[in-house]
Design a protein around this ligand. Structure first.
Ligand code: ZN
Length: 208
């Protein structure tokens, strides 16, 4: 997860976001099984309108695993940090939206624990745009096995958040560690032009 800065609220959300979210809340209250879908604005699904400002925020990388390019695997998706099914009032809240690869989004969705209260969840899972977030403050990259680990020098609370984030996003599962190791090797063999870093995935380990 690479630190990023969030741009200003897109106009479409500034103008309509609250009303659209309120409508999601109403529909959910009427029918708890209602599945929230992106609404349309001027005939265009709103997620299409929000992709460009979200892509600008992460240079089109996944906000969580920093995977790139996203459309190699599937169309990039927009993740609701606090899931819209449980928090319909945040469906169109700009600060709740992140560009994500389908895999991170699925991992996060399936591991979302309803028993964890919102405040706690918000305080545990790391966000790439939260103040003072830095990869190396919370994590270490293990060059031997490609794993991301909590930084042993971090405070207890920081280590707990790091572990929670690794677990909830499945950052060390499947082929992800191998994929990071492969990237490191390719990067080392290349000309290592850091000015072109955005074309590489996992930028947080390459710039350490
Ligand atoms: Zn991802």
């Amino acid at each position: 997860m690479k630190p990023t800065k969030r741009g200003p609220v897109p106009r479409v959300l500034e103008e309509h976001g609250e009303r659209w979210s309120a409508s999601c809340v109403r529909k959910k209250a009427e029918n708890p099984n209602y599945r929230i879908q992106w609404t349309k604005h001027g005939g265009v699904p709103v997620n299409r309108l929000l992709l460009p400002p979200l892509e600008a925020m992460t240079q089109s990388h996944c906000s969580y695993c920093d995977g790139y390019p996203l459309d190699d695997i599937a169309y990039p998706t927009i993740d609701h940090f606090l899931p819209k099914g449980q928090y319909p009032e945040l469906t169109y809240n700009w600060n709740n939206l992140y560009l994500a690869c389908p895999r991170c989004q699925n991992e996060k969705e399936t591991r979302f624990d309803l028993r964890i209260q919102r405040e706690e969840y918000q305080g545990e899972l790391l966000r790439p745009d939260e103040p003072n977030y830095k990869f190396e403050r919370y994590f270490l990259f293990n060059y031997k096995n490609g794993h991301i680990e909590p930084n042993p020098r971090a405070s207890e609370a920081e280590r707990r958040r790091a572990k929670f984030t690794i677990d909830k996003l499945g950052l060390n599962d499947g082929g992800r560690p191998r994929s990071r190791k492969r990237t490191i090797v390719c990067f080392a063999r290349s000309e290592q032009r850091l000015d072109a870093i955005d074309v590489w995935p996992y930028r947080f380990i390459l710039t350490q």
